[in-house]
Design a protein around this ligand. Structure first.
Ligand code: CAA
Length: 258
């Protein structure tokens, strides 16, 4: 595992950890960071020793958005040709759960990156929002779509059109984050959640993740069909025999991922 420019990479047990590391500009996301981040996520997705991914920044900032300096002189055609958001689309193809450990600013692209994760543990200091309107632009990495799906149209409209961030507690009330904890323990709390999910049978975990995501983007009928097929599929895993066998024998299961 090798650190990449602006990304620190590590592993604790079955948890792969990606830390955005560009503190001088509050972890502003330039193209290189997103490219490296997604490539490393894909590597972790292929790595059998990793079952869950934790994505974090630092205490002051998860990520303060796309790099404004990198964008400010762009034109429509150069932006179109760069097609930068196709890299972002690859995040939704990651099979393993991704938990965001968020402290400080999660703004613009930072908020969009957070919403690309499956669960979010936030510190009390987190400030979450889509301030693009204040720059004369708008979210481009899914912000208008995912925010509406996450917090509802009214609240999303307010956040998108004023650009004002909300606090972690407000985000929790709107279901945008799972849990809010003191700043000293947001990362530890995310790791605790990751390790708990990492102890579950990985094939079941991946199929549950995929199935649950169908509920967001697909009609109920096709989601139900996907769920049913995935349910039947799991009966061919050794872990399903181990899980149900351990229950019957009143012992702790040992899941191997087979
Ligand atoms: N891009 C580039 N540089 C950034 C940045 C960004 N998104 N956010 C912060 N920085 C830089 C600042 O320019 C500053 O650099 P210098 O020290 O060289 O001047 C450094 O980080 C520290 O920032 P501040 O001095 O501004 O710190 P602050 O505590 O006073 O304010 C802040 C913090 C409220 C987050 C403020 O920096 C800010 O508003 N940042 C921009 C947030 C934003 O608009 N994000 C959306 C970007 S567009 C986008 O994300 C599009 C998309 O959908 C993909």
């Amino acid at each position: 595992m090798e650190n990449q420019e602006f990304i620190l990479i590590s592993q604790e047990g079955s948890v792969g950890i990606l830390q955005i590391n560009r503190p001088k500009v509050l972890n502003a996301l330039n193209l290189k960071i997103i490219n490296n981040l997604v490539t490393e996520m894909e590597k972790m997705d292929q790595d059998e020793t990793i079952r869950v991914i934790v994505l974090t920044g630092n205490q002051r900032s998860f990520a303060a958005g796309a790099d404004i300096e990198e964008m400010r002189n762009e034109k429509t055609v150069s932006m179109l040709l760069k097609d930068q958001f196709s890299v972002w689309d690859r995040i939704s193809l990651i099979n393993k759960p991704i938990i965001a450990a968020v402290s400080g600013f999660a703004l613009g692209g930072g908020c969009e990156l957070m919403m690309n994760c499956d669960m979010v543990i936030a510190s009390e200091t987190a400030l979450i929002g889509q301030p693009e309107v204040k720059l004369g632009i708008m979210p481009g990495a899914g912000g208008t779509q995912r925010l509406v799906k996450n917090v509802g149209l009214m609240k999303a409209m307010e956040m998108l059109l004023t650009g004002d961030p909300i606090t972690a507690r407000e985000a929790k009330a709107y279901g945008l984050v799972n849990k809010v904890v003191p700043v000293e323990c947001y990362f530890a709390e995310a790791m605790k959640l990751a390790k708990k999910i990492g102890s579950m049978p990985p094939v079941a975990v991946q199929l549950i993740k995929k199935s649950a995501k169908k509920a967001v983007d697909q009609p109920l009928e096709s989601g139900l069909q996907y769920e049913r097929n995935a349910f039947y599929l799991l009966f061919s895993t050794e872990d399903s025999k181990e899980g149900m066998g351990a229950f019957a024998e009143k012992r702790h299961p040992h899941f191997t991922g087979r």
